[in-house]
Design a protein around this ligand. Structure first.
Ligand SMILES: Nc1nc2c(ncn2[C@@H]2O[C@H](COP(=O)(O)OP(=O)(O)OP(=O)(O)O)[C@@H](O)[C@H]2O)c(=O)[nH]1
Ligand SMILES: [Mg+2]
Length: 797
């Protein structure tokens, strides 16, 4: 035991001090039979917490779980004996400084009444319990029978509502129970000398506890204690708190006594993220860096040797240690050993320092990049027209990782390289993460799948649809930051990206610039992801326009677009019209050189993200999430940096459809919260040029562009793979909005009314100043001015 904490298990290595895991106190409720010793147990705990010197002294005097006749121990026991005990003690607070994990404890005593006020209060307390201590008289079979027949079922029933809430939140977190056999100092009177020896009582306890623990999985620990001689009292509450802070259930499958699949996956991710040189082994330096990250202290040379010795000697089947270092098998074995030996806090410290919560998922709060603030109904503090972007450091880190893996495994296809890198991320492509498609099926890729229905997508799905997978992967990372930053934060954290430490929020993702609306060209040039929504009559070529941007040159993309799929999205790097082209990409098909090629992309290109809109009315009436699932909902056009309207060159009706769509979009825009900003710039895209564009259609399109003050329309043919610069022009429109916004009759009327108002105001203010001037002149210079003469008369007097 340690002097500063009322109970402390010893650590196998000096550097495994867990970081503080909770700032809120853990609430432990004590239930049990009348006169089981509940109130006195709590009293003894409070005494121990307020007499740390007693803890220190007793630790040297008391045999584990037993009593002592030492004079000093007896003195402490006498001091701790209460002169009077209430039937139910008030809630007892044990400060964080007195607990080994540095987390405060609240202990709630309850009545043993079966009915009435005491029972009601107990039910209320149990409903709010984080953990429960069931107290019974040690050595009494009758008391043990009541534990299994009355108290454990009661705890299960009463805490069930809490479990249900946890279940609906996505994971079962049962309220853990500690069985405390009290009054061991009295057992000799009832059970005979045999059970009063430490060995005898331990054997008896184990025999009694085994069937109970297998019938009631929520029972984490059984131990015996004595409030009279202060034995094992602190341990009862330490284990109750530990069961909350470092739960066993997510780590170990009690049926098979092995690590759970979720725990194995999380530890594997941590192993890969700590394997800096990606050679598949943790070298001594990597092991030390890992130790520092998790426990803020390195291992000594002896400790490293000790760890290796244990792995070499005990890892079943061998293979835990290689000359290059610790293997992932050895790493998992070590953690299984910690958990098996009741040192789950060590494994939890590792998991928590990598951002995992009690359900072994990345803590949601860590995935909210500042300055967004997570609130129950979404995120706040992020304006509609502002998007998140991946930081250049995080991007370089990930691409370097890809390059390193590709370098370590020459000839390995890009998809395999990426698969290996991303195996540390959630949603394993080949595992249980419900992938929509494994990475690497580039020829048959369906770009719709690059973004899910809500725009949420998995990083490993990204390299599947472009002629240059490395660039496509980088583009997808950039788009992920804009569309679903929380998901990207979680992914980057699993990859061990810089800035994603256990307490930093949203590492690797930062808020990008706001969209500017004034007319100055080049104002939005720093935005990384440019989102264009594509509107048009059915069959006018929207899908082909979207799809062709991301399809390898020469593939029959316009044919593929016939498939009836919704929510078509494509993305890729585009050089905005008028910008200088980047130097030729150096990335090789096996993915090497991703980082270098992205560095030049960063300057010259932007990610163009095209979304097809099939149901205009639905689009205008809905709100959508700006940043992924549960974040603030905005009108979808708030996300749109520019709009494209497709017109079928052979169909006059599609011109009317484009006109109506522009009018509707502008009207909805002026009614929205974005009314202060101008509507998005629009480009009319005449499709199917290869089939011949009708002169009347062309004239109508030109007239429409003139009337709405739009830039010149562009002619495209998906069949010929000729998009007449549509993508580069759209990117340019997004970057340099300003004067390119449509001017509809309503907008013109509103502008005219605004001008009228401004003129009227100007006339009014000129007239008002003229009037004031005239009055001043009259007051000063008029010859028989009554006011002035009266003033002079007064002053003369
Ligand atoms: N010798 C000895 N006596 C104890 C111990 N724990 C409790 N007692 C005594 O047993 C009696 C009952 O203890 P309480 O702590 O009041 O029991 P309780 O479970 O709170 O009982 P209710 O409040 O009636 O439900 C008291 O006289 C205590 O002093 C112990 O460890 N050793
Ligand atoms: Mg009591």
């Amino acid at each position: 035991m340690a002097a500063t904490a009322i109970a402390m298990p010893t650590s196998p290595t000096s550097a495994t001090t867990a970081p503080v895991v909770s700032s809120t106190p853990v609430r432990v409720v004590v239930v049990g039979d009348a006169a089981a010793g509940k109130t006195r147990l709590i009293h003894a705990l409070a005494f121990l917490a307020s007499h740390p010197q007693c803890v220190e002294e007793l630790a040297t005097l008391l045999p584990e779980g037993g009593s002592t006749t030492s004079a000093s121990a007896e003195q402490w026991a006498t001091l701790a004996t209460p002169s009077w005990l209430p039937s139910v003690a008030p809630t007892t607070a044990i400060p964080a400084s007195a607990m080994p994990d540095g987390v405060a404890l609240e202990v709630v005593d309850t009545s043993s009444d079966a009915k009435g006020k005491g029972a009601d209060e107990r039910a209320l307390a149990l409903a709010e319990a984080d953990a429960v201590v069931v107290a019974y008289r040690a050595g009494s079979e009758e008391a043990l029978r009541r534990v299994t027949e009355t108290w454990l079922p009661l705890v299960r029933r009463t805490c069930a509502s809490k479990d249900a809430a946890a279940n609906s939140a996505g994971g079962k977190v049962a309220v853990p129970v500690v069985l405390a056999g009290c009054q061991t100092d009295r057992r000799v009177d009832r059970a005979g000398a045999n059970e009063n020896t430490p060995e005898g009582s331990a054997a008896a306890l184990e025999a009694a506890a085994r069937p109970i623990m297998s019938a009631f999985r929520e029972v984490e620990t059984c131990l015996e204690c004595s409030a009279a001689n202060l034995a094992q009292v602190a341990e009862v509450f330490y284990f109750a708190q530990k069961a909350v802070l470092h739960p066993m259930a997510p780590l170990i499958d009690s049926d098979t006594s092995s690590l759970t699949p979720k725990c194995v996956r999380a530890l594997n991710r941590i192993f890969y993220a700590s394997d800096i040189d990606r050679d598949g082994y943790l070298s001594d330096e990597e092991l030390n860096a890992f130790q520092v990250r998790c426990f803020a202290a390195p291992l000594t040379a002896d400790e490293v040797a000790g760890v290796k010795e244990v792995v070499e000697a005990r890892c079943p089947g061998g293979g835990g240690l290689a000359p290059q270092g610790l293997t992932s098998k050895g790493f998992l074995f070590l953690h299984a050993l910690f958990v098996e030996r009741g040192r789950s806090e060590t494994t939890w410290a590792v998991l928590r320092s990598h951002g995992y919560d009690n359900r072994l998922e990345i803590r949601r709060d860590l995935t909210v990049p500042p300055p967004a603030v997570a609130e129950p109904d979404g995120w706040t503090h992020v304006p509609d027209d502002q998007r998140f972007a991946i930081t250049p450091e995080a991007m370089r880190y990930v691409l370097e990782m890809v390059d390193t893996v590709a370098g370590a495994r020459p000839g390995c296809a890009f998809s395999a390289t990426l698969g290996r890198v991303l195996s540390t991320c959630p949603y394993d492509p080949l595992g249980d993460g419900a992938p929509r498609r494994p990475a690497g099926v580039s020829e048959s890729a369906d770009v719709d799948d690059a973004l899910g229905e809500q725009g949420v997508f998995s990083l490993r799905e990204c390299a599947a649809f472009a002629s240059e997978p490395g660039a496509s992967f980088a583009a997808t990372l950039e788009a992920a930051a804009a569309c679903c930053p929380a998901d990207l934060c979680a992914q980057l954290r699993c990859l061990g990206a810089p800035g994603a430490t256990s307490e930093s929020h949203g590492g690797g993702v930062a808020l990008g610039p706001r969209r500017r609306v004034d007319g100055e060209a080049g104002k939005n040039a720093t935005r990384r992801v440019l989102e264009v929504h594509v509107f048009g009559a059915p069959g006018s070529g929207k899908s082909a326009l979207v799809r062709c941007m991301a399809t390898p040159r020469g593939a029959p993309s316009h044919e593929a677009s016939r498939r009836p799929r919704d929510g078509r999205v494509a993305l890729g790097y585009v050089t905005p019209a008028g910008w200088s082209e980047p130097p030729p990409a150096k990335a090789s098909p096996d993915g090497r050189g991703c980082r270098d090629s992205w560095d030049s992309t960063w300057r010259h290109q932007r990610v163009l993200l095209l979304r097809e809109v099939r149901d205009l009315d639905g689009y205008l009436s809905m709100t959508t999430s700006s940043f992924g699932c549960a974040e603030p909902r905005v009108a979808p056009f708030a996300r749109c940096d520019a709009a494209a309207f497709t017109v079928d060159g052979s169909d006059m009706a599609s011109v009317a459809a484009a006109e109506s769509a522009i009018l509707k979009l502008c009207a909805a825009h002026s009614e929205s919260t974005l009314a202060g900003a101008s509507p998005p710039p629009c480009l009319l895209v005449v499709t199917k040029d290869d089939a011949g564009v009708k002169a009347e259609v062309l004239d109508a399109v030109k007239e429409l562009a003139n009337r709405f003050c739009l830039v010149a329309p562009c002619m495209t043919s998906a069949k010929r793979g000729d998009f007449g610069g549509a993508y580069t022009r759209l990117a340019c429109l997004c970057c340099e909005r300003g004067d390119t916004a449509p001017v509809t009759p309503e907008i013109r009327a509103a502008a005219a009314a605004r001008l009228c108002r401004q003129r009227a105001l100007a006339v009014l203010s000129i007239s008002a100043s003229a009037c004031a001037g005239a009055c001043a002149w009259w007051w000063w210079f008029a010859p028989s001015d009554a006011g002035r003469s009266s003033v002079s008369t007064t002053s003369a007097k």
